[in-house]
Design a protein around this ligand. Sequence first.
Ligand code: F6R
Length: 261
Amino acid sequence: MEVVILADAKEIGAVAADAIGALLGRKPAAVLGLATGSSPLMIYDELVSRCDAGLLTFHQTRGFTLDEYVGLPANHPERYHNVIDRVFVSRVDFAPGAVQGPDGLAADIRAACAAYENAIHQAGGVDLQILGIGTDGHIAFNEPGSSLASRTRIKTLTRQTRIDNARFFDDDIDAVPTHCLTQGLATIMAARHVVLVATGGRKAEAVHHLVEGPVSAMWPATILQHHQHVTVLLDDAAAHRLQLAGYYRETYRAKPDWQGI
Ligand code: F6R
């Protein structure tokens, strides 16, 4: 696991966009895994700027989102399909239908989850997965106690996650759905490169467990310690509980520029 502590969100966006740009340069038809929430917004903004400037294109690229609320109406602004379209997909040049998400309105949830796993597989798997992390250590919506071998399925959101996400629902926790469809931990582990972003002091405890804690279903993100290529991009506040922060900084400083993440 490579831990990179950067000055601010802008720098995090640039480093992640460099990695995505390099991937698309060698594989224009790459498959991206897309997270919603606040954490990746700086990455999407940077990718939009580079696309506007003609530095990269998504016209052959495909994408899969991590998760979707169950039961939110198709036109609800917080439905993740609509969120990712608003913050990223519609702002660049993806082909129509190139980005898919799990179907939170499916009548047969089990079949919808299996179909989603199959769609990712048929696309050749995810080349680069962007992730955020919850204050309770979830990735996607794999809440504490999730099976470390899980695949796409329905999950119940914890009260903490619903409190955290109430800001997107006019601060009304009762308006936050109770269930979601989410890629499982094993689904995420199959991505070839995972780039996890965390900023702000509220994430420091989860980041501490992710990077330096024991692997445990109680902090689901810790499964990433078993992945061969994970990059964790942090600001100072999110990194402040890391014991080896000095070492991570030194290591990254010594890395040649051309190497990327
Ligand atoms: C969203 C997702 C979640 C978020 C996490 C952090 O698709 O999968 O795991 O990444 O809840 O959310 P933010 O970035 O809003 O703090």
